[in-house]
Design a protein around this ligand. Structure first.
Ligand code: ADP
Length: 804
């Protein structure tokens, strides 16, 4: 019984009972036996929804009760606030909770007072780099969804971060929560942890394949779901779940598809199933929800979503704004939305169980693979694990779809009877090590090559590799790169080579930049003075030109496409650049015009900006644009004959152009159309651009050879990105609640600055804000106006005066 659990703050056991936790689930029981509430490290590899969070809570609360401090690492930013809210119910027992999101380059000092801190692995990594003082005080760290160490992009950060935390705090209790994977024992070995592995689930999961007129389940049972001629298989299955009542309610479904577009079209189609089955009351509530979605954003995506939601169907993908994603999740949990069509991102995160999960697409387009690639077993099992709502459904059903007998066989073999794959570390790849080696040296975790290698010995990679030399080999390549770009200094006297980060190296590490991004930016920023001096001279100057020297890393399986290893051409002496500068360092050199597009392109071609792909026709469009705007680019434009580099350049130009549209006040829905992205993507690009420009500004100030005017240009380009406006609106858009559209309307009404807002005729302000009084009042207040009230300008002044 939870109330008999010892070592927790007084009252926690009773509170758990009040929540409906009458007894621990078997995996939780096993975790307690393994000592999770007594400070023991533990790997819990158990299915979704079998109570992993409580295992983590037992560890954290008992650790705090012993006077410690806990860190909970979430896999997605969207989950951080969700977890924080969940843990905040312990505040009545004196446990404080803080979530760390937002800017990378801070040390989050205020978190020192919190008992539980929630953050992503990137954020924790950055806090360590910035010397957050409370890192030393941690006694318990939880890593949620630790199987993501397998992810080529984000896995290495989690791996290195855990290794650092454990190195700083040798007695640190490490609790890793994992989906069921093929090699949980290796993860446990890596973390010196006890292992609890289980297939137990609080409610039964039946997995099957639908083909023809029935679902065949792996347990040998069968359910007739006949599909009429011309009828859609998915629609039939969704209808079947809704028409099968348990406790007087039909069952909801979650449909997994392989692309955003498919999620949208599936949701639209399924309105035919959900719409006619709604009650009047549900219809009213859904209409309200749809209005909220529409009024939040005027994009096509939002309006398509609202149209579907009105009929009880929704789509869910990373292109949605986070507010809308949360709305959809909540309404689904409240059983208002009957069916969600989602991309696989939904499977990884939030708690949205359904009676029936339908895995419609089990293959997904993979650029590197060059075609449709089957999903991993682990991924499909996680999707299926979303089936079955405890307390609501008698069991969960997960159904894969086949349209011929052979596929049905294949699906059984591949997914229903198969075990999930083992996870494999992706650390020994250049992009990952480039950034982590620099940070490890800069934050003092290693000061020699040997020390670095022995630090890397604490990673999962070292635990599972049988190629001892590989990590050292990649590390050496990366050290060369970092030294050539002046981020570290190496000193080879005596036994082990010593390593120190340079001033810029420290800055780059703290800014959380990929060193390759920093090198690209520094080079581009310096090129301004150079170009000004060159004016019309030799285009062949190889100063700072990057040359691809080989492919990133083949063994790592799946790194970002298109990144090779760049080193400076013929620049084995860092003195060379300075020599070059000397020639050009004449007083009369005028800085050439630095435009926003040039800066946006510069940051867009760094590996920290994830790219937009070129679609058909784009190559021509952007090649043309490339020549038209050639003088604006910072650095040398690759030749059209360098296929891969040129293509990358154009893809970055597409991103830069999107950003330029944003700051030229192009409507969001126009942007989504023009670039084939969702409103959530615009937000993502804008946030990334803002961060990178902030970093660029710091670099421009700190490195030698960058003109002062360039610093100013970077700052302005960044501010315009922040608000999405032309220069003349910067002042206005900075007022809270104004935003890009309202700023433009105010400007057109003759109110051009914050100061104007304080003086302006209220009726004009109200007119520009389309009569929204509350908004107008808030804006005036934020602009510092003494009498923001709109009472005196109400159009029906006399009527309201009579009423009061
Ligand atoms: P996981 O993290 O493993 O996916 P969760 O921790 O979110 O699963 O748990 C799923 C649900 O089960 C939650 O709503 C939680 O409150 C509930 N739950 C967890 N443990 C118990 C228990 N011992 N008894 C009853 N309900 C529980």
């Amino acid at each position: 019984q939870p109330s008999s659990l010892s070592g927790l703050p007084a009252g926690v056991g009773e509170a758990l009972e009040a929540e409906g936790v009458a007894e621990l689930y078997p995996p939780q029981e096993a975790a307690v036996e393994a000592g999770v509430a007594d400070g023991e490290s533990l790997v819990a590899a158990v299915p979704t929804a079998s109570g992993k969070t409580l295992i983590a809570e037992l560890a954290m609360l008992s650790s705090i009760e012993r006077g410690g401090k806990a860190l909970y690492i979430v896999p997605l930013r969207a989950l951080a606030s969700e977890k924080k809210t969940e843990f905040e119910r312990w505040e009545e027992f004196g446990v404080t909770v803080g979530v760390s999101t937002g800017n990378y380059e801070s040390d989050g000092e205020w978190l020192a007072t919190r008992d539980i801190i929630v953050a992503t692995s990137e954020k924790v990594d950055s806090l360590i780099r910035n010397g957050a003082p409370w890192i030393d005080d941690l006694t318990c760290v939880v890593s949620d969804e630790v199987h993501l160490v397998d992810d080529p992009n984000r896995g290495p950060t989690l791996e290195v971060t855990l290794a650092k935390l454990r190195k700083v705090n040798p007695g640190l209790q490490t609790v890793a929560l994992s989906a069921t994977v093929g090699n949980a024992d290796v993860i446990a070995e890596w973390l010196d942890a006890e292992l609890v592995e289980s297939d137990w689930r609080p409610i039964d999961l039946r997995m099957g394949v639908h083909f023809g007129n029935a679902i065949d389940f792996a347990d040998g049972s069968k359910r007739e779901v006949p599909v009429e001629r011309g009828e859609d298989q998915t629609a039939r299955l969704v209808a079947d779940a809704l028409d099968t009542e348990e406790d007087g309610q039909g069952g909801s479904s979650l449909v997994f598809v392989n692309s955003r577009r498919n999620a949208e079209s599936s949701a639209r189609k399924l309105t035919d199933v959900t719409g006619p089955r709604l009650t009047d009351d549900e219809r009213d509530q859904l209409r309200e929800l749809a209005d909220e979605i529409r009024s939040g954003s005027d994009t096509d995506t939002a309006s398509d979503l609202a149209d579907a939601v009105e009929q009880g169907s929704a789509f869910h993908h990373a292109g949605l704004r986070s507010e809308d994603r949360a709305r959809v999740e909540d309404a689904f949990r409240d059983r208002l939305i009957k069916c969600i069509s989602a991309t696989p991102t939904l499977a990884a995160g939030v708690n949205t169980p359904a009676r029936r999960v339908i895995v419609r697409d089990w293959r997904r387009y993979d650029g590197e693979f060059g075609g449709m690639k089957p999903l991993d077993v682990l991924e499909v099992h996680q999707m299926c694990g979303r089936a079955g709502r405890p307390g609501l459904d008698p069991y969960g059903e997960a159904v894969l779809l086949a349209n011929d007998a052979d596929t049905k066989e294949e699906l059984f073999e591949r997914y229903l009877w198969a075990d999930p794959e083992p996870v494999r570390s992706k650390l020994a790849a250049e992009p990952a090590l480039r950034t982590h080696v620099l940070a490890t040296v800069a934050s003092g975790f290693a000061s020699t090559r040997d020390g670095l290698l022995s630090f890397l010995d604490n990673t999962l990679y070292a635990t599972q590799t049988d190629d001892e030399g590989r990590l050292a080999a990649v590390t050496d390549t990366v050290l060369d790169y970092l030294a050539v770009n002046d981020f570290i200094e190496r000193d080879r006297d005596g036994g082990s080579e010593s390593l120190t980060a340079t001033g810029i190296g420290h800055t780059v590490s703290r800014l959380y930049l990929d060193p390759m991004s920093a090198a690209e930016m520094i080079d581009g920023l310096r090129s301004v003075a150079r170009d000004a001096a060159d004016t019309g001279a030799s285009a062949e100057a190889d100063n700072g030109e990057f040359v691809r020297t080989g492919d990133a890393d083949d063994a790592s399986g799946g790194d970002e496409p298109g990144f090779g290893t760049y080193t400076r051409a013929g620049d084995d002496e860092s003195g060379e650049r300075e020599t070059e500068n000397e020639e050009t360092d004449e007083e009369e050199t005028e800085a050439s015009e630095v435009t926003p597009l040039g800066l946006y392109h510069l940051i867009s071609r760094t590996p920290d900006m994830y790219e937009l792909y070129l679609k058909s026709g784009d190559r021509e469009t952007y090649t043309e644009l490339c020549y038209e705007r050639e003088t604006e680019f910072l650095g040398d434009v690759p030749s059209e004959y360098e296929d891969v580099r040129f293509e990358d350049w154009l893809a970055s130009l597409k991103t830069a152009r999107l950003l330029e549209d944003w700051v030229n006040e192009v409507d969001e829905d126009r942007i989504t159309e023009r670039y084939g992205v969702g409103p959530g993507d615009i937000r993502g690009k804008v946030d990334t651009a803002e961060w990178l420009l902030r970093a660029a500004e710091t670099l421009a100030r700190d490195v030698e050879g960058v003109d002062g005017d360039v610093v100013v240009a970077v700052r302005e380009a960044r501010k315009r990105i922040e608000y999405g406006v032309r220069e003349e609106l910067l002042d206005l858009a900075g007022v809270r609640n104004v935003g890009r559209k309202r700023a433009r309307r105010l400007f057109e009404a003759g109110i051009e600055t914050r100061a104007d807002l304080r003086e302006a005729d209220k009726a004009v302000v109200l007119g520009a804000l389309r009569g929204r009084e509350r908004t107008a009042e808030r804006i005036l207040e934020h602009a510092g106006r003494e009498d923001p009230s709109m009472d005196d300008v109400r159009p029906d002044k006399s009527a309201s005066a009579a009423a009061t």
